[in-house]
Design a binder for this molecule. Structure first.
Ligand SMILES: [Zn+2]
Ligand SMILES: [Zn+2]
Length: 303
């Protein structure tokens, strides 16, 4: 294992899907580990954090970790009740995520471990647990620097920009690309010419902000949950169609795109078909973007 690396522990959206037809890509929900020179940051705490926790305990080297949460939907926090390091006394676990106060973040995590949903509460966590002030703008862990920005997903949801070893990694687990454009386009005929012009200007401004957020990223890990057909029936649900994600990554000059937050309905064949379609788009646009499927166990060296 490289000294500095990014590893996918969970790549599914919505719910864990450990079905035999899904195991090439993997069935655990969102969790990515970034370890640089002995410092570890974990993005999201879906079921993928369970095997990661077991590995950290077995290795017994990194005992001070930072977990950054994009938001508090179940698929992003449901591994925490089974995250073994939290139950061991000499561990330090730091949490950061959207919220108005430390109390609110704590409450969001406590509530999934309360009766009648779970037998023991977070008061049984024996690790030293620290909640980082949500208004903190720059968070770091050794050589890893982290900033965040708001994305389009129900409730407040963050995308994370992580810099380490001269690489920029952007983690956007849940996001509906070009949300405004997608939601307005269909209703355009109902608006006056003046209103249409105003919306077009707003659209351009929104896309400019979206492009700036991921501009020139070395690695972009992005929600690609829907096919164009799925998207038509799930517009406004807060997830992206892979066609939009690939075009978005090309427009922003991203180097490597990892399709992420796969729909649990899609088996391995369906996801590899999406991948083929993405390659076609890249070829058609004659772009240099390299596209990959984020799959469980995949490790990217960051040395
Ligand atoms: Zn999700
Ligand atoms: Zn969500």
């Amino acid at each position: 294992m490289a000294k500095s690396y990014l590893r996918f522990w969970g790549v599914r959206g919505s719910y864990a899907s450990p079905f035999p037809t899904h195991l090439k890509v993997g069935g655990n929900t969102s969790c990515v580990e970034i370890t640089v020179d002995g410092h570890t940051v974990i993005c999201d705490a879906g079921t993928g954090i369970i095997p990661l926790g077991n590995k950290l305990v077995a290795d017994n080297t990194v005992k001070d970790i930072l977990i950054v949460l994009t938001h508090y939907h179940w698929d992003h926090i449901c591994g925490l009740p089974f995250f073994v390091p939290a139950f061991i006394p000499d561990w330090n676990i730091n949490f950061f995520g959207p919220g108005e106060s430390i109390q609110e973040i704590k409450q969001n995590l406590d509530s999934q471990m309360q009766a009648p949903y779970f037998p023991v509460g977070t008061e049984t966590w024996m690790a030293k647990v620290n909640y980082i002030e949500p208004r903190e703008t720059n968070i770091s862990r050794g050589p890893i620097d982290i900033t965040y920005y708001g994305v389009h997903h129900p409730g407040v949801t963050y995308g994370y920009k992580i810099k380490a070893n001269n690489k920029t990694i952007i983690y956007v687990s849940d996001n509906e690309c070009q949300f405004l454009d997608k939601s307005i386009k269909q209703k355009m005929t109902e608006f006056s010419e003046e209103e249409q012009e105003m919306f077009e200007a707003m659209n351009r401004e929104e896309y400019e902000y979206e492009l700036q957020s991921i501009q020139d990223a070395d690695i972009l890990i992005h929600d690609a949950q829907y096919t164009p057909d799925d998207y038509e029936s799930k517009r406004g649900w807060g997830h992206s169609c892979y066609v939009d994600v690939v075009n978005y990554a090309i427009d922003a000059g991203v180097k490597e795109l990892y399709l992420y937050h796969h729909d649990p309905y899609n088996d391995d064949d369906a996801i590899y078909l999406i991948y083929e379609k993405c390659l076609e788009i890249i070829q058609k646009r004659n772009a240099s973007l390299r596209c990959h499927i984020a799959r469980e166990g995949l490790e990217i060296p960051l040395d």
